[in-house]
Design a protein around this ligand. Structure first.
Ligand code: ATP
Ligand code: MN
Ligand code: MN
Length: 301
């Protein structure tokens, strides 16, 4: 992918005071990527990752024995991560409050890595008011066997439909198999309204093009189609954060791209942990510096 010259000088890695133990421990057995390399990657991208990730509740994919062994998804913690990993109290359905996590510094990210974290996932809301969504995300999940051309077409389809109802969107290559089409929102609408909007839009797309799309949850109905995972748009649901490393072979990363790049990118796992410097440079370019930012609210549907 080619991107024009940066408009700002690329940032230096953030200084951190976190000590990473066992830097040489291999976390990715297929490619001998170590815990130290994972920590260095997150230090390098902290300044471009935190503007999006730093203000929202997060969940961690922790794989203390490496990506190929048992991993677990962690939503809360009472304090064992230390001071750099902060807490935001969020009401559970039964009415009691649980401490959810957020990180707003390189030290916070690296503390999580020290604790065996590979992936960072985040809410679609900010810690200031977790009841109001600050983004819609259409998580386009291709059925096994579908090639990326189908996903590319689907992403443009969602861009066009959302644009036609007044929403600007930004694409993210997930590092996995699909694309996230993200519409930033001024935090105003609450989760039930946002989920209903996403559900109805996903259903409308699936009904008008049932050969290519489905919004149905049963896996049997996804055969040969793209599943529009609208459920990322409900309270408490998370999506992988921009610049997070995936716990998948070869350590691909979730990367913001431009719609222009969507025309030519080869696959959603185009960028890898070894591309930190390039990702930092890209983020300073005119084409990407406004990624994920738009002053807009949910339209009537
Ligand atoms: P791909 O492009 O391969 O689909 P993805 O990140 O979109 O990558 P999905 O499986 O479509 O992967 O997304 C599922 C989302 O659900 C993740 O982004 C994550 O935030 C969330 N998730 C993943 N694992 C869990 C889990 N164990 N519990 C709750 N939520 C999870
Ligand atoms: Mn997906
Ligand atoms: Mn999904």
């Amino acid at each position: 992918l080619e991107i024009e010259a940066p408009i700002a000088s690329a940032t230096e890695p953030d200084a951190t005071s976190v000590t990473i133990s066992n830097r040489d421990r291999v976390i990715y057995p297929e490619s001998s990527i170590t815990k130290g390399e994972l920590a260095d990657y997150y230090a390098a991208v902290a300044s471009i990752m935190l503007p999006w990730c730093g203000s929202r509740p997060i969940s961690l994919v922790r794989c203390p024995q490496g990506r190929a062994k048992k991993c677990f998804f962690q939503k809360h913690d009472a304090g064992s991560f230390g001071d750099a990993v902060k807490h935001v109290g969020i009401l559970e359905k039964d009415g009691h409050e649980e401490p959810y996590l957020f990180v707003d510094s390189a030290d916070g990210l690296l503390t999580c890595v020290q604790m065996g974290t590979i992936e960072f996932h985040g809410w679609g809301a900010r810690i200031e008011d977790v009841e109001k969504a600050d983004r819609l995300v259409f998580d386009l999940d291709p059925d096994e066997g579908l090639d990326f051309e189908a996903v590319r077409k689907a992403a443009f389809h969602f861009r066009d439909i959302l644009k036609s109802i007044g929403l600007e969107t930004f694409p993210m290559a997930t590092g996995g198999k699909g694309i996230h089409v993200i519409a930033p929102l001024v935090p105003r609408a609450e989760w039930p309204e946002v989920k209903d909007f996403a559900h109805r839009l996903a259903q409308a797309v699936a009904q008008s093009d049932p050969d290519n799309f489905t919004a149905a949850l049963p896996k049997a109905q996804r055969k040969g189609r793209i599943f529009v995972d609208y459920l990322r748009n409900q309270r408490g649901a998370t999506a992988v954060m921009p610049y997070a490393v995936r716990a998948r072979p070869e350590a691909p990363v979730a990367a913001p791209i431009t719609w222009k790049e969507m025309e030519t990118i080869d696959k959603p796992s185009h960028f890898h942990i070894s591309d930190a410097a390039e990702l930092v440079k890209r983020a300073a370019s005119r084409a990407l510096s406004g990624w994920g930012r738009a002053d807009q609210v949910l339209p009537d549907l």
